[in-house]
Design a protein around this ligand. Sequence first.
Ligand code: ADP
Ligand code: GN1
Ligand code: MG
Length: 359
Amino acid sequence: MNSAQLSEIVSAFQIEGKVESIESLGAGFINDTFVIRTSEGTPDYILQRKNHLIFPDVPGMMDNIKAVTHHIKSKVQDPLRETLTVIPAKDGKLYVEKDGNFWAVCLFIPGSMSYERAQTPELAYQGGVGIGQFQTLLADFDESLNETIKGFHNIRWRFCQWDETIKADPVGRVAEVQEEISWIESRREQMLAFWSLVEDGTIPTRVTHNDTKISNILFDKESGKVLCAIDLDTVMSSTSLNDFGDAIRSYANTGAEDDRNLDNVELDINMFHAYTSGYLSQRYDTLTPSELEWLAFSARYITYEQVLRFLMDYIDGDKYYKTAYAEHNLVRTRAQYKLLTSMERQYEHMCRIIREYRK
Ligand code: ADP
Ligand code: GN1
Ligand code: MG
């Protein structure tokens, strides 16, 4: 995509000021993100090419984002910094479609920071506060939301995709990943048993973010306090446990998500503690006893799901996640599996931290 093409797309949106530059940004695995800088005195913006192979209904997804951010804005003190602001196109739509691609723009939140790794427990605490607040702000949201990705955290549905992918073996990789496949199969019933509790209503369904890794939260550059959750493409109805579990997978990993050196990868129980304290400071009174009981397990569930998704994409020929090198998805699979086993080993400790909260 050259700069003339990008400028043409940007000119279709209701942007204030003169565009000075459009630069690529971010390490997201799904969309392409750019910062639009404008002349002094006017806002900067974020431009995104939304991946329509992954999100089949981008207009429906943008409707979700608009509705959810509108709801949040009515409740917060600083509506331009405490949630995303969607900028419509000149024709009033929330996106621009060009040559089969879908583009969307939102305000760049000034004075914000994002991180790829949690460096301190204070940051993890703030991240937990942020997702707790996000869930609280949306607790009374009563419009229906489009399901932007079918069965996103539904392991029963993921197993349907998994079984088909293994059967099809489209690029002939199944034979080389037998050991990794056995990691998934040996925990299949355990994970389905957890999901049954969501299906039978034992664990309630709420409006949730569904992609709570640390890079999807903005922090205030000066105070270090959390500002808001971003990357709202997957806001849907699900269990709020998944938001907790996915964040633990990200904040409490001592290594990188794609670490080649598995010795680097462990669950950091101090980070777990810090994130949990932040999250429960906002949510403890609202969570049901069954949600509290399964909170620690949700970290295992989501990490397991991530092992499955990375491995399934590897078997499928790397069609879903952006990859930087040939075995990237396999490296991610192994690193996330190492994290899962570390969580399994420290599970009792994780449960104790949750039980002892507020004592
Ligand atoms: P992806 O879906 O590809 O993960 P994100 O929406 O998470 O894309 O955006 C990628 C990165 O861009 C974020 O981690 C953050 O650093 C930055 N970013 C996104 N939206 C904003 C915003 N409104 N203001 C400031 N930075 C943003
Ligand atoms: C993707 O879009 P991004 O990079 O924030 C993915 C998440 C995964 C994550 C793994 C829509 O998140 O589900 O957990 O990568 N998002 C989607 O890093 O699939
Ligand atoms: Mg993101």
